[in-house]
Design a protein around this ligand. Structure first.
Ligand code: NDP
Ligand code: OXD
Length: 316
């Protein structure tokens, strides 16, 4: 098929430079960065990250929207969203990045990284007690592609794993919980909480003080730990600060925040018990993600169904 016969792409990205995505996509298809005027009937696909609200409503012949991330809350944030399939990223490369982040943060809390960093600044030589990984239960909220991949890696190191999802599921070597009725039992059995949920109407604000109170605090870690790499609006930053300050939480690793970039005035930046990363747990790499996106478009044009299509009712 010639380049001309292939459907045209609108690349609509805010927050970072789209150049690499543009180069790789345009190697095979015509790509534009802004719709042409009030309405652009020539566009077939939109490849987006936090597209400007209203942009997609100007594309009367749009056939599908491709999110360049696994999360799609940024797509749904557009009130003029057309009713076409939304495809999200499911890719080994992304799962690998996320599993590395989760393993890194779990091990750092488990092996007392905060304590050793503080000791080093004081040149203090003190060896705290050590517990084996099997004494610690890591609870993963969101047992989707990323949660299950992280569970595999943590299991291999020896941690006990609990998983919580919307619908019941069975995962080898994981104690699974689901739905509203499974949430408190899941939390009561969890020492380190890893959040890998999507942001939806149901999950917004779920990581609040009441939820953190339900975490187990009986183990060699010296308190419960929160790791959030899902979305910032799942959590209430103020509740996390309260929980850290009154001992409900021992420590937190936060990759995502209610407002991003995290405002310079946020007390989370300087909190001695908080480890901050700038929404960088698993970065979408165009070198790995553009080829499968283009293959999907080719297959779709040959009549195949799209894969990894978001369930609009569930919101993820
Ligand atoms: P999936 O859609 O594969 O998995 C989502 C999981 O969350 C599923 O297990 C789902 O349950 C569960 N879930 C959704 N809603 C609820 C609910 N109301 N109650 C209980 N469980 C629920 O997503 P991914 O694993 O691919 O990605 C997860 C999220 O990670 C993304 O949405 C994104 O926000 C975030 N992310 C963050 C990145 C970063 O750099 N910080 C990078 C990439 C993604 P069920 O299995 O029953 O459907
Ligand atoms: C994603 C992200 O959703 O990077 O993929 O946050």
């Amino acid at each position: 098929m010639s380049t001309k016969a292939k459907g045209k792409i609108l690349l609509s990205i805010t927050g970072f430079n789209p150049q690499r995505w543009y180069e790789l996509l345009s190697a095979e298809r015509e790509v534009v960065l802004e719709p042409d005027g009030a309405a652009d009937p020539s566009i077939d696909y939109a490849v987006v990250w936090k597209q400007k609200p209203g942009t997609l409503a100007k594309l009367p012949n749009l056939k599908a929207i491709f999110s360049i991330g696994a999360g799609v809350d940024h797509v749904f944030a557009d009130p003029g969203l057309p009713d076409v399939p939304i495809v999200r990223v499911v890719a080994d490369n992304l799962s690998q990045h996320m599993s590395e982040y989760v393993l890194w943060r779990v091990l750092d809390h488990h092996r007392q990284g905060q304590l050793y960093r503080a000791q080093q600044t004081k040149k203090a030589w003190h060896e705290p007690p050590q517990r084996p990984a099997e004494d610690i239960s890591v609870g993963i909220m969101g047992m989707g592609n990323l949660g299950r991949a992280a569970a595999d890696v943590l299991k291999a190191v020896g941690f006990r794993i609990n998983g919580w999802s919307r619908r019941p599921q069975e995962v080898t070597g994981v104690t699974t919980f689901s739905g509203d009725s499974g949430l408190v039992p899941f939390l009561n059995a969890t020492d380190i909480l890893v959040v890998l949920l999507p942001l939806t109407d149901t999950t917004k604000g779920i990581i609040n003080y009441g939820l953190l109170k339900e975490l187990r605090r009986r183990n060699g870690l010296g308190g419960a730990v929160l790791i959030n790499a899902g979305r910032g609006k799942l959590q209430r930053d103020a509740d996390i600060l309260r929980a850290l300050d009154d001992g409900t939480l021992k420590e937190a690793s936060l990759d995502v925040f209610e407002v991003e970039p995290l405002p310079k005035t946020s007390p989370l930046w300087n909190h001695p018990k908080v480890f901050v990363t700038p929404h960088a747990a698993a970065t979408s790499d165009p070198a790995h993600l553009v080829a499968p996106m283009l293959s999907q478009m080719d297959a779709f044009e040959r009549g195949a169904p799209l894969e990894n299509v978001v369930d609009r009712n569930a919101g993820y």
